[in-house]
Design a protein around this ligand. Structure first.
Ligand code: PLP
Length: 371
């Protein structure tokens, strides 16, 4: 092959080369053994029975689905007291996060989010050639002042998940309002509510009402978490009609599948399932956290969580990696996050009562053995 001319190849954009692919929660261990998956914040109660039933009778798969997901958008709007014309669907809320960055930011612009924010924000920023800017955290929580201090004349989009993933931290309504009030009106604030339904309803952070009243707020939600429909890839957002119009121009034309529209419609109309999932989660999270807090003398520190997972810091003899590996031996896969700058932390999804008891007991045994 000496003297073979170099084959010209398509040249990727520099900003695409800077992207590290999203790392999904795993479902198997080192040698491929199937483990109980508490690594992706899926619903341990599964899916609403009505949604499963609707999915089976969704219609003729030879036909394209409704490009505008009209029935699903109407049902979402009704449940949340919104204008259906201001509801936009995404193939998962991931699609909407990417579209928001793409519509409002590009090369030379900045996209801002907090340290230990959702890893998709970095990808969304880079995909459109913008520069991701990361504001410092406040003991793993969101620091509104730190975010505002990072705003420059080039800032175009600010992403904030509330509750945040992977930390589980949550900002109250006054803080969200203060963040919004501190941003220039030409900056789009994206409030990612992937775990919003897990928050005590008395603690509404005001994201949906801000998206209704302000011209520069996009609030997103998903069917992947509390609705137990992660496999169907359904997300939605609400914003000012001008923002909704932009996202509709660039989304996939048939971006919610036939089965997704049918299942989503039945799921959103089954709020009893949502309520059961929320109360199961609140109860098991509290029980789990209490057991972890009892291990404080071993350097185990669960961060306060409003979500369906807990981020646990291991600041003593037993490391997060030890516990990650140890739990695999017990048949559980959790989320160890060295790639997100958190080698000291494990994120564990709240599963069933039995699973959480077994995990808490296993962590206690590991701590006591390390003494
Ligand atoms: C899981 C998650 C999402 C959404 O995922 P989709 O399945 O694409 O709807 C969005 N934001 C955060 C913070 C998440 O954890």
């Amino acid at each position: 092959m000496a003297n073979a001319p170099q084959t010209p190849a398509p040249k990727p954009k520099d900003w695409i080369l800077g992207i590290h692919a999203y790392v999904p929660g795993k479902s198997t261990g080192k040698d491929g053994q199937v483990l109980t998956k508490l690594s992706a914040n899926e619903n341990p109660l599964g899916t609403s029975a009505a949604a499963l039933e609707a999915r089976v009778h969704a219609g003729d798969p030879a036909r394209y689905p409704d490009p505008d997901s009209k029935a699903l958008r109407a049902a979402i709007a009704q449940v949340h007291g919104l204008d259906p014309a201001r509801v936009v669907m995404g193939t998962g809320s991931d699609e909407l996060l990417n579209l928001a960055a793409q519509a409002y930011a590009g090369p030379g612009d900045e996209v801002l989010y907090v340290r230990y924010g959702f890893s998709v924000y970095d990808i969304a920023a880079r995909r459109c050639g913008a520069v991701p800017v990361v504001a410092p955290d406040a003991d793993y929580g969101t620091d509104v002042d730190a975010l505002l201090a990072c705003v420059t004349e080039r800032t175009r989009v600010v992403f904030l998940a509330n509750p945040n993933n992977p930390t589980g931290s949550w900002l109250p309504r006054v803080e969200i309002a203060r963040l919004h009030a501190g941003l220039r009106p030409d900056i789009l604030l994206v409030l990612d509510g992937a775990y919003a339904e897990y928050v005590d309803p008395a603690l509404d952070d005001g994201a949906l009402s801000l998206a209704t009243s302000a011209p520069n707020v996009l609030a997103t939600r998903t069917f992947s978490k509390i609705y137990g429909l992660a496999g169907e890839r359904i997300g939605w957002g609400t914003a000012h009609p001008a923002v909704v119009d932009m996202l509709n121009r660039i989304r996939g034309p048939f971006n919610i599948s036939l089965t997704g529209q049918a299942a989503g419609l039945a799921a959103v109309q089954d709020q009893a399932f949502v309520e059961a999932s929320r109360s199961h989660n609140a109860q098991e999270r509290a029980r789990f956290v209490e057991k972890l807090e009892a291990l404080g003398n071993h350097g185990v520190r669960p961060l306060p969580s409003q979500a369906n997972f807990v981020l646990i810091l291991f600041e003593g003899k037993v490391t997060a990696e030890d516990v990650y590996t140890g739990l695999m031996d017990h048949g559980y896969i959790t989320r160890w996050l060295p790639g997100q700058g958190l080698p000291q932390a494990l994120r564990i999804t709240i599963g069933t009562a039995e699973q959480m008891d077994e995990i808490a007991a296993a962590i206690r045994t590991m701590c006591e053995a390390a003494k």
